[in-house]
Design a protein around this ligand. Structure first.
Ligand SMILES: [Zn+2]
Length: 289
């Protein structure tokens, strides 16, 4: 398969780096992410969850991202993040997304296989890759900083590599998102990765790409190891950006009488940009355009 998303997945795998997948909930986060990409000459995923897509509008987010991509001459892979409704995944493909993630973490295995196979065909006809998952990745992209990550890391819920292999071979998906300690969200204690699960997944599926969800608050050494030694090519980041945006905006608003909203946005955008730049450096995608 060719096309922008495939090109960068192949490059990332060959050169052992990962591309950050940053959630964009509004114009401000898109500005922050693209500025970081330009500053560090890094390819990017910009992604939106069904909730974020509903907020911005499916056609509007495509138009926005395309216009930034053209004006900045920056490759941006637009992804539907955690699409649980197959109809919505198809809608994103029809609207011009470059990549889709079908989340089958909450449906029976047989239904997951049927849906993922149909959606993989649909995505491939449009020339784009599809990511999928069958094990619900626990946690959420919320502020869990009062809770220890260990209380959510239940190894019984981790991906079964054999089951994943069956799913991948029966559906033809390109990218697999497993659960091996990588909770969604930011916690009081850093999250660690179960490399046993990841190693087995990779051994059984050498031609599959792997995506790491829950990229906020994982021990940095684990992230680096997952990318350099275990073939992770995409890392999702959301919570740390959300927290930076909200905290900074709150602080700015508490200290100004300014009513021109665009004027109070400069600082939150800049703080989110710093988070994104830190991740790009960690994932090794700087200079990989
Ligand atoms: Zn996720």
């Amino acid at each position: 398969m060719s096309g922008k998303a495939y090109t960068y997945l192949q490059k990332a795998k060959a050169e052992k780096f990962a591309i950050g997948a940053f959630n964009a909930a509004n114009l401000e986060t898109i500005k922050a992410v693209t500025q970081a990409g330009i500053n560090l000459k890094s390819p990017l995923f910009i992604e939106a969850s069904p909730g974020e897509v509903a907020y911005i509008g499916v056609n509007q987010i495509v138009a926005l991202v395309r216009s930034f991509e053209e004006d900045l001459n920056l490759p941006i892979i637009l992804n539907l993040d955690h699409g649980t409704d197959p109809q919505m995944v198809k809608q994103a493909i029809d609207a011009g997304f470059d990549y889709v993630h079908y989340d089958a973490g909450k449906v029976e295995f047989s239904e997951a296989v049927t849906n993922a196979r149909q959606l993989a065909d649909y995505a491939h006809k449009a020339g784009i890759p599809i990511e999928s998952e069958i094990d619900h990745i626990e946690g959420s992209s919320a502020d869990h900083t009062e809770q220890a990550s260990e209380s959510f890391q239940d190894a019984k819920l981790y991906t079964n590599p054999e089951k994943a292999q069956k799913f991948i071979s029966e559906t033809g998906i390109d990218v697999f998102a497993g659960f091996f300690g990588n909770l969604h969200g930011l916690y009081k204690t850093p999250k660690h990765i179960s490399f046993e699960v990841l190693a087995k997944l990779r051994e059984l599926n050498p031609d599959t790409y792997f995506s790491l969800h829950g990229g906020s608050g994982i021990i940095e050494a684990d992230v680096i190891r997952a990318i350099s030694d275990y073939g992770i090519v995409k890392v999702n980041v959301n919570s740390e950006m959300r927290i930076a945006f909200k905290m900074t905006l709150q602080e700015v608003l508490n200290n100004t009488n300014e009513i021109a909203i665009y004027k109070v946005m400069a600082k939150p955008i800049d703080e989110v940009r710093k988070v994104v730049e830190g991740k790009i450096k960690l994932f090794g995608s700087a200079g990989k355009l």
